[in-house]
Each structure stands twice: as C-alpha cells, then as structure tokens.
Design a protein around this ligand. Structure first.
Ligand SMILES: *Cc1c(COP(=O)(O)O)cnc(C)c1O
Length: 406
C-alpha cells in the first residue's frame, strides 16, 4: 500500500521537501479539535491548545481560526501565539518557573490568566502587577495527589512532583492571594499528567478540585472557572484510549449547577496523530546478533523514544521489496540512546522511505541541533495542497549565533 497524508503520497512529499520531514494533516487537526468541542458542547468550554505539544505557527494559526485559546509555558510560546494571530485574552500561562520578564510581558499582552504554581510565584506576580499598576488574573494550580498511571516523566499530579501547590496548602494559598492587592482570583486548575489512558484519575482530580472550590466559596472566595489541564491519551500502538464523551459526561455531572466555566488544555490529543515523520533508510547493517536499520532521522528530530522509551509505529511508505526482519531502527547520532524503535519487524532496504506515526506532538517541538544536525522541515497538508510551514534549517542559521573567537 502507498501511504498518504490526505491526497498526497508520502513518497511525493519526501521527494519535494527532502527528509527527515514532518508532515501534518490539517483535516486531522480540525477533527481532533471538533471532537473536544462536540463532546464538551453542553459545558461550552474554552479549549486552550497546549502550545508546547507543537508550536509551529501555522498550527497555532489554524487552532486560532477554529476558536481555540492557548496554554503557554514560556514567554517564547506567548510570542508564538501572538505572531500566529492567537488571542492573548484566551491565553493562560502555566509552568513552575515564570521569570519576572515573562510575567511583565504576559501582563502587558493582557492574557486571560496566570496558572500560579507556588507562593513565591504569587508574591512575585503581585509585585510586578503593582509596578505596572494593574491586577493580575490568577488561578492556583493545585496538586490533587492522584496517580495518573502514565510514564513517570509525564506524571505530574503526585505529591512527589515539582508541579502545583499541595492540596493541604491550597486554602492558605488562596487566602494569601485574596490579601494581595494586585491579584484578581479567577479560577483553579490542575494537570495530573500526559498520555492518560484511564479516565478515573482525571475524574478523581476533577472531584477533588471541585470540593476545594466549594470550601473556598464557603470562605467567600468565588471562582469563575475550573481548568482541568491537559487532554486524554492517544493511540500510539494499541492503547485503549479514554472516550471523550464519557469524560465530558462525568465532568458535567460533577460540576452540576455550580456557576463555573470550564477550561481544558489539550495538547497531545489535538496534534499527536495529525503528524508523521518521514525518514529515509541510509543503510541496513547486520552485526553478529542484531540488525540495524539506520535512517536519516535521529533523536534530535524525535526525542520521545530516547526520553520516555516511547513507542511509535513505523511503516514503509511504499510496498516493500525486502522481506521483513527484526531490527533496531536507529539514527546517525553518536549515542546508544539514539533509536526510533527497538526489536521491530520491518521490511526495509537502503533508499526506502519510512513513516514514523504519531509524530505530531512533543516531536518537532522538542527537536534540537545535537551532533550539529539541522532541524527538519515541516509541511502542512490540506487535501491536495502542501504548504511548507517550516523550512529546513540551513547550516548558516545553525551557526549564526556563534563566533570562533581568537
Ligand atoms: C503539557 C501540559 C498540557 C498538555 O498536556 P497533553 O497531555 O499534551 O494534553 C496541559 N497543561 C499543562 C499545564 C501542561 O504542562
């Protein structure tokens, strides 16, 4: 079978743009966004796309066109949102280490909310808002202490994680926020982790956050919104991923008649399966007791296998001429951790084009220049049209910030 993205074959795209190449499907982005809108329609949520999943300006622009808000974790991501035509008024700022300069930039831009993760951050934000003669809209990120049952590196809602304010300190933190003159309390949020395969932890987190919102209301602290953090997990292999309608129904039942707006911050589930990485086989190498398919994409292009032992399906773009064998699929980077797949059945020979599936999220956005490798190009496909949305980095661009000093 010849694999395609919408109406264009991967072979044609690779010939036109070279490899390694990220390819995104616009209709897949649209469908993923619509799935959230449809499932949660009764709650009329503000969906804030988590930019860190994939910050390409054209993707941000598309989500902005669809009505999305944005969840950012740095001033750089705010700059991306604004450059792509996203609305600051629909942007929320998460993250444990916001700098004073980032806070000032976001306040001046007029973002919707700061998701504050600690008491010192609250004090710093109050000081900066005071200096700018304004009041900063805040939500406190509460750590509900539920086990998201995902990979430890992407689990964030346990007591042992660096994220959020502990549940038992939450009321005192809100009381402090209420005292600070340059803050305006608008909401509450949590985010327990990514690639969630079970609904129960998400629902339990929602329950705990709502119970806290009730205790706050009893103390005279009225919130406008509850923000449940990132989205559900996606299929990389054969995962049984949560049903969005079941999630929405559970949240609706829990919120009940409380006058609270809902915010969601999905990243992976909006873009992950809308993107693939194309890579060409350089060599097939047979060592004494192992086979290696050496491809032109590496851990600097797609870090997930090295970082999280993540699984990505890998398929030949055209019907293969070779017979299948078992191999590690590896890149040219000089690290044993540089692999895209381990012990995989694959039919491939030198020159073949391979499609690495599920590479829309936490892929291009994590790319770097290790081994002085230029970052890959990115293409957005809509129907029979392909647009180059990031051209391949040049060697000159890679070296531009450096000088060989004497
Ligand atoms: C990463 C992140 C998200 C997005 O999570 P996904 O699992 O990609 O949906 C949302 N909110 C916060 C605070 C995050 O750090």
């Amino acid at each position: 079978m010849t694999l395609r993205c919408e109406n264009l074959s991967y072979t044609e795209l690779a010939e036109r743009y070279g490899t390694p190449l990220y390819v995104y499907s616009q209709s897949a982005l649209d469908e993923a966004f619509a799935a959230y809108q449809t499932a949660f329609a009764a709650l009329n949520p503000l969906i804030c796309y988590a930019v860190k999943a994939n910050g390409n300006l054209s993707l941000i622009r598309r989500f902005a066109e669809l009505g999305s808000g944005f969840d950012i974790v740095s001033g750089g991501e705010l700059a991306r949102v604004l450059a792509a035509g996203g609305s600051a008024a629909k942007t929320i700022f998460s993250g444990v280490g916001k700098s004073a300069a980032e806070m000032e930039y976001a306040l001046k831009a007029g973002i919707k909310c700061f998701n504050v993760e600690s008491l010192p951050e609250l004090e710093r934000l109050n000081g900066i808002a005071g200096r700018l003669n304004t009041r900063a809209p805040v939500s406190l990120r509460i750590n509900p202490d539920v086990d998201a049952q995902t990979h430890p590196y992407i689990s964030t809602g346990l007591k042992a994680n660096k994220f959020g304010i502990a549940m038992r300190d939450a009321e005192a933190a809100y009381a402090r926020a209420a005292e600070l003159p340059h803050l305006r309390i608008v909401g509450i949020d949590c985010h327990i982790g990514s690639q969630l395969i079970r609904l129960d932890p998400l629902i339990e987190a929602c329950e705990r956050i709502l119970a806290l919102a009730d205790r706050l209301a009893a103390q005279g602290i009225e919130l406008q919104h509850i923000d449940l953090g990132g989205g559900v997990g996606i299929v990389y292999r054969d995962e049984d991923t949560p049903d969005l309608s079941a999630y929405a129904a559970a949240v609706q039942k829990l919120i009940g008649s409380r006058p609270l707006g809902l915010i969601l911050e999905p990243g992976r589930s909006l873009v992950g399966n809308a993107g693939d990485l194309l890579t060409r086989v350089e060599y097939v190498k047979r060592n004494e007791d192992k086979n290696f398919v050496i491809v032109d994409a590496a851990m600097n292009d797609l870090m997930r296998p090295a970082l999280y032992q993540a699984y990505h399906r890998i398929e030949p773009a055209e019907p293969p001429a070779a017979a299948p064998f078992t191999a590690d699929i590896v890149g040219p980077v000089c690290e044993t951790g540089d692999f895209l797949a381990k012990d995989r059945r694959i039919a491939a020979q030198a020159g073949d084009l391979l499609v690495v599936r599920g590479a829309g999220a936490y892929a291009a956005s994590m790319a770097g220049n290790y081994n002085a490798r230029r970052r890959a190009a990115e293409v957005l496909v809509s129907g029979s049209q392909a647009r180059l949305v990031r051209r391949r980095e040049t060697v000159e661009e890679m070296l531009a910030n450096e000088q060989a000093c004497l």
